[in-house]
Ligand binder design. Structure first.
Ligand code: CA
Length: 235
């Protein structure tokens, strides 16, 4: 399947050149011209790579990178206008994977794009391997099995009585095995943007889940607390 690239560039001529170049290489390409559309499109599209200009209307590229980095592991290649050390440093700090200083050649761009996509592919393979063995519609973590079709969880073959939110939370953890997940991120993704409540909601549900899936809920091994951060699912 061809990889998907989102181009975020407000300068029409450059946007067009980038899109043309990348499409010719066989990638699926979408283009937007401002920071807000970048966020919306990235969330919908889940691209493999984002080519992200720094100077943008509505929300600059640094802000876009900072926000998206908390939500997805998509590779980000930043385009900086000046050859300024500060842009490079800030870009890498907000989570860009690489950067290109304007003006650059399309050959240079393609080389960077390919390098990032290769890196992202390797990362995905690693995540897939660490995800627990996936068997058809099931996620298996030793004696804990999540049946995706039936939305059912079993422990030692016994079906657990989970509330819908507990199931969604467990599934979210399982899909992000080994990653540190902040309470805010969990709240946003499992409960949604419009949820009125705070991160204690997450703590309460984690406590309930632990009582159901941990052999010793007071000494959790599956959903561990990360000090000063949030939670990590160990499977
Ligand atoms: Ca620009």
């Amino acid at each position: 399947m061809p990889e998907t690239i989102l181009i975020v560039e407000d300068e029409p001529a450059l946007q067009e050149t980038l899109a043309y170049t990348l499409k010719k290489e066989g990638y699926l390409v979408e283009t937007v011209g401002d920071g807000r559309s970048a966020l919306e499109t990235a969330r919908r599209l889940r691209p493999d790579l984002i080519v992200l200009d720094v100077m943008l209307p509505a929300l600059d590229g640094f802000e876009v990178a900072r926000i998206l980095r908390k939500e997805m592991s998509t590779a980000i290649l930043m385009l900086t206008a000046r050859d300024a050390e500060i842009d490079r440093v800030v870009g890498l700090e907000v989570g860009a994977d690489d950067y290109l200083t304007k003006p650059f050649s399309m050959r240079e761009l393609l080389a960077r794009v390919k390098a990032q996509l290769r890196r992202a592919r390797l990362l995905r393979e690693e995540i897939a391997q660490s995800r627990g063995s996936m068997e058809h519609d099931r996620l298996i973590f030793d004696n804990l099995v999540i049946n995706l079709t039936r939305r059912e969880v079993t422990l030692d073959g016994q079906v657990l009585a989970l509330k819908p939110k507990e199931y969604e939370l467990l599934l979210f953890f399982a899909e992000h095995r080994g990653q540190m997940l902040s309470r805010e991120f969990i709240l946003e993704r499992v409960w949604g943007w419009d949820f009125i409540g705070d991160s204690r909601t997450v703590d309460v549900h984690v406590r309930w889940l632990r009582q159901k899936i941990e052999p010793d809920p007071s000494n959790p091994r599956r959903i561990v607390t990360v000090r000063g951060g949030g939670y990590r699912f160990e499977g």
